[in-house]
Design a protein around this ligand. Structure first.
Ligand SMILES: Cc1cc2nc3c(=O)[nH]c(=O)nc-3n(C[C@H](O)[C@H](O)[C@H](O)COP(=O)(O)O)c2cc1C
Length: 343
């Protein structure tokens, strides 16, 4: 199966749910929530894509970098590329039951595992959704990360116990779902957390804890202080709050503020190997990809997801060579083009 076929098949299957645009930029699907789009005007989703597009890379070819180092270790696990699968859940609500939750989560996790990385699973108003994600984590032999909604403390801890039992390598909370309409419409209590509450969650498990949905240095410092292993600079793919900046815009200040205290990841609008490299140059250790992998899952199941990740790997390798970057763990901000001052 070729990636072209995967995309064609996804287009036929998804029809009015997702247009499978040449570049997935949030324009055609603005406001499609539930669905695949961003909330409101779709500005937050679009800002993610535009923030990355605004950066340009310095092409360097007078050097000796021919085989750049692509792998990295995260959460005690070796990844073959700095790209993870983001949680894309809610088959019934967002994809009108075109596939089952089980098919979607297994395609995302098994495809990511086959590419030498890991995927994440989601959570929703119906607890069965979270448990279906855990079954996918088990099917992937623990190579998966369940992401829990910011529910009441006791409920989060219950879900963490279940995640531990599934053998998951880490666990996360998408804290930016504090006001998510899918949850509030269904009458589920989600809300913001204090640093103390996050510290309590971190202390309740031996698994690495990832806090997803950080957009300011202040929140990032609080999460680092609370002892989380990693944070994801994310606006939930533009599905939480309308009119936020793009994640790549806020990343450098967050990375500078926390330094080495916490692992910084980023998602939102990553569409190419060049985008991955730009995010690494701006301070992320690795990135998450959401919609493109979900689309690939609709077009080709786990194999479609693997092929999409292989495309990103090929593009990233070329971008590393063409910027003279030896390793994904040592990406200089200097590879980003800065215009000379105008006199
Ligand atoms: C249909 C859909 C469902 C999602 N469900 C979840 C979820 O259950 N938990 C979560 O943490 N994030 C969820 N997300 C957000 C993604 O994990 C991720 O942050 C975002 O999609 C990244 O942006 P990108 O799609 O532009 O790559 C969802 C996104 C979409 C499009």
């Amino acid at each position: 199966m070729a990636l072209m076929e995967v995309r064609q098949k996804a287009k036929e299957r998804l029809r009015d749910i997702c247009r499978v645009c040449r570049i997935c930029d949030g324009v055609a699907c603005a406001g499609w929530v539930p669905g695949i789009g961003g909330v409101g005007t779709g500005a937050s989703f679009q800002n993610n894509v535009q923030a990355l597009a605004r950066h340009r890379l310095n092409l360097r070819v007078i050097h000796q970098v021919e085989k750049p180092q692509m792998g990295l270790s995260l959460f005690g696990h070796q990844f073959t590329l700095p790209v993870l699968g983001a949680a894309v859940a809610g088959a019934k609500l967002n994809f009108r039951g075109l596939v089952t939750e089980e098919e979607l989560s297994q395609a995302l996790l098994l495809g990511a595992k086959a590419a030498g990385t890991a995927g994440m699973t989601g959570d929703g108003p119906d607890p069965a959704l979270f448990e279906t994600g855990l079954a996918a984590v088990r099917a992937a032999d623990g190579i998966g990360i369940p992401i829990i909604k910011p529910l009441e403390q006791a409920r989060i801890k219950e879900r963490i116990r279940l995640a531990e039992q599934s053998g998951a390598m880490a666990v996360g909370i998408d804290i930016d779902a504090a006001g998510l309409i899918n949850m509030t419409r269904a009458g589920k209590k989600v809300g913001p957390k204090t640093g103390k509450e996050i510290a309590e969650i971190v202390a309740s498990t031996s698994l690495p804890v990832i806090i997803k949905g950080i957009m300011t240095p202040e929140d990032a410092l609080a999460v680092a202080e609370a002892g989380a292993t990693a944070l994801v600079v994310s606006n939930h793919g533009g599905r939480a709050l309308d009119h936020t900046p793009g994640t790549a815009e806020v990343l450098p200040r967050i990375a500078d503020a926390v330094g080495e205290r916490i692992t910084v990841l980023l998602d939102g609008g990553i569409r190419s190997g060049s985008d991955v490299l730009k995010a690494l140059a701006l301070g992320a250790r690795a990135v998450l990809v959401g919609r493109p992998l979900a689309i690939a899952a609709f077009g080709g199941g786990a194999e479609g997801v693997r092929l999409e990740l292989e495309r990103l790997r090929g593009e990233l390798e070329a971008a590393l060579i063409l910027t003279g970057t030896t390793s994904v763990s040592q990406v200089s901000r200097e590879i980003l083009y800065r215009e000379s001052p105008v006199f």
